[in-house]
Structure formats: C-alpha cells, structure tokens
Design a protein around this ligand. Structure first.
Ligand SMILES: *[C@@H]1O[C@H](CO)[C@@H](O)[C@H](O)[C@H]1NC(C)=O
Length: 395
C-alpha cells in the first residue's frame, strides 16, 4: 500500500478528531457488582450485618447530629459503578456515581483498616499534582459513615480532565459495610449545598473548566445488568438510543438534592391519597431500593401481600405476575412501576425492592427516594442549567 501524502494524512487525522468531537458525549460504562449479600453470606457475616446495622436510607439527608432510626430491610443488593482516575500519573478507582451526595472521596494510604486495604488506595506521594488541604471531615451515607482528609488533585474521567479538584482521602473506613463494597469510593453529583462548604463539587468544576458539552448528565441502568455492563452515565448530554418515547421534565423543588414533587401514588387502580399534601422524591442513583415514607410502609406491604423477614419483604414468586403496578404522578404524567421491576428475584426468593425512611422533606412532606429499582425503569436526566429532572422509559 502506498504511504499517504502528508496532506492526506493530516486530513485523516482531522477527520478522526472531528468524528470524536462530533460524537460530543462522554459515555462511561458502568459495571454492576456482585451482590453485597452474596459476598457477606460467603464470609459468614450476613446475619450479624442484618441484625446489627440499624440504617435508614434517609439519614444522609439529615443535618449533622440529627438521628433517625428505622430497622434495616434490604441494602444488600449491589450498586452500579465506573472508573475514574486521580493524580499525575493517574491512579485508578472504581466509584459509585451518586446523585444523592456531593463529595468525591476515595480510599487512601492514610487509612489502614481492612476496608481500605482491600480496595485501591490513593497514595498522594506518588502524584506530582497533589496538594494537601489538611482539613478532616466525617461523611455520612445511608449505609455508614467514614472520615476523610481533604486534598486536591487532577481528576480524569475518560477525556474529561478537571484540575485542582478537592476530594476526600479516607482516614478510616469501618469494615461494615465498606469492606464488602465492590467500588472503592463515591463521586457525589448532587448540588453543592450538600457537600463540604467552601469547595467546588466535581460537577461545578467540570462546568467552570468547560469540560461539559452541555450542563447535563444522565443515567442508564440496564434492566438486565451483567458484571461487565451495568449501564452508563453520560456526562454532557443524553443518549437517545438508551430510552424510548418522550422525556417527561419535572422541576427540582429544592436545589440541594435532586428533589422533585410527587403529586399522587397509586397501587394498581387505587390512588392512595398519601401525597394529598404533596410528596417529595429524591432521585438518587446511590440508593438501591425504592424508599417509601415510613408511615405508609405497613399499609403498602399489606396491600401487596408481602411479609417481613430477615431477608427483607418477601412475596411468593408465583404471585408476582398478578401483583399491582405502582404509579407515581409526576408533573401530570403517570410513571408506572410494574411488579416485574419492583420485585427482585434473588435466586428464587422474591423480595419487594423497597425500604422505608422516617426522614421527611423540608416542610414535613412525605419523602420518597427513587433509587435504582425506579431508575432501571426510567432513564434519568439531570439538567443543571434548568434545575429539572427528566425521565424517559429505559430502552
Ligand atoms: C506511597 O508512595 C511512596 C513514594 O513512592 C512510598 O514510599 C510509600 O511506601 C507509598 N505508601 C504506601 C502505603 O504504599
């Protein structure tokens, strides 16, 4: 074959560049982990975990020092996560892309607990772009707390490069649950108000450093995830191939979390009236289950014929097809969740994929958390410039 003349070669290079730019969007493939339940069962700690940890998925939304207790139901499914890198040269981490928190943290070599040592750890001495901030914080999540010290460095996600990003280097991570998590750290994508004050979130810096094509990010969680492909997070836009039909937009009611209004909740054809004074829902990619306001939980389970057990809320698998579809009225539309979506079949044990919270919204509105169970049915779009969330039926 003839070697192309220099001019032609340049054109080729340019064409390739344009192709890449033209595509415009940054797609990060997400993995889905082995279920935490599986790993814990193998390690013989599942029972003590189920009995010992009192959790409430809403507790991370509380101001510090407030306390809310609610029995743990079912945290033990797995999350979706993807790869980022920090530092120069890059050190790689698997992180949970979490719309329910705002900080970025990864395990670090400052931490010597088994939870840290079983994950990728950031060694700041190996990065020429690292700077120490030195302030320590406790970060609170639905499934546990950890302490971090702040530093700043370059964060790279595919071809997005953010310089001088503040992030937490873990100092201490309790084994329960961090040892059992398949991902190393968490990348928060909520509003800055939730994060450590005075520091830009990664999303803010991406915008300030002109790294996003559009001030939008979106999530696709596959309904049939495998370990190697769980879905995608798309930074800077949407991928219309990953959803069908129209996008339903709904405003964010309070720019702290991605919190939206819910006008009504129905179980099959019957409206429950639970949201007659208005309900709020936090769209949270970092919560696995659908979270129901605690005061409605027992009525809800009764209507579904579910029973509480150590393994969560159980139904007979043969009854799943005849169970009611759930409907959320949002911005005048009805978003449905059929039983095939909200009931999780774990090796022949059928769990209703719900848990409850006793945390309510700002003015006492019942609070829902639209977690992965909901987000597998609906592709979700987070529009920063217009403070709105879009939902479309997942492809
Ligand atoms: C971090 O990197 C430094 C510099 O190479 C090295 O001396 C140190 O042992 C590393 N720390 C850990 C805990 O690996």
């Amino acid at each position: 074959m003839e070697t192309p003349a220099p001019r032609t070669m340049w054109r080729l290079v340019l064409a390739l560049l344009c192709l890449q730019l033209g595509e415009g969007l940054l797609r990060i493939p997400l993995k889905k982990g082995r279920s935490m339940r599986e790993v814990m069962r193998e390690n013989g700690v599942l029972e003590s975990f189920l009995k010992g940890l009192k959790g409430d998925p809403g507790r991370k939304y509380l101001p510090s020092n407030a306390v809310a207790y609610e029995p743990l139901t079912n945290y033990l499914n797995s999350f979706y996560f993807g790869e980022i890198s920090i530092g120069t040269p890059p050190q790689n981490f698997l992180v949970l892309f979490d719309t329910g928190s705002s900080n970025l943290w990864v395990p670090s070599t400052y931490c010597q607990t088994p939870a840290c040592e079983s994950h990728a750890m950031f060694n700041c001495s190996l990065s020429s772009t690292f700077s120490d901030i030195g302030v320590t914080y406790t970060l609170r999540y639905g499934f546990g707390d950890l302490s971090v010290v702040l530093g700043s460095d370059t964060v790279t996600i595919q071809n997005i490069v953010v310089k001088n990003q503040e992030f937490g280097l873990s100092l201490d991570e309790p084994s329960n649950p961090f040892y059992y998590l398949d991902f190393d750290g968490i990348l928060g994508m909520a509003y800055p108000g939730v994060g450590i004050s005075g520091y830009n979130t990664l999303i803010q810096n991406m915008m300030q450093q002109n790294q996003l094509t559009e001030p939008i990010f979106s999530f696709y969680y596959s309904r049939n995830p495998t370990y190697n492909y769980g879905g995608e997070v798309i930074l800077g836009g949407v991928d219309p191939q990953l959803y069908t039909g129209e996008v339903l937009w709904t405003p964010v009611v309070q720019e702290i979390y991605w919190k939206i209004g819910i006008e009504e909740f129905s179980i099959g054809p019957s409206a429950t009236g639970w949201c007659s004074q208005g309900c709020h829902g936090i769209v949270d990619t970092g919560t696995f289950l659908l979270t129901i306001p605690g005061q409605f939980m027992s009525t809800f389970l009764q209507q579904l014929g579910a029973e509480e057990s150590d393994d969560g809320y159980i139904v007979d698998c043969s009854s799943v097809p005849s169970m009611p579809t759930l409907y959320f009225a949002i911005s005048g539309a009805q978003l449905s969740l059929p039983p095939s979506v909200y009931v999780l079949n774990n090796d022949g044990v059928c769990n209703v994929g719900v848990e409850s919270t006793y945390v309510s919204s700002t003015n006492g509105q019942p609070l829902w958390i639209l977690g992965n169970v909901f987000l597998r049915q609906y592709y979700s779009i987070f529009d920063i410039a217009n403070n709105r969330v879009g939902f479309a039926l997942s492809a």
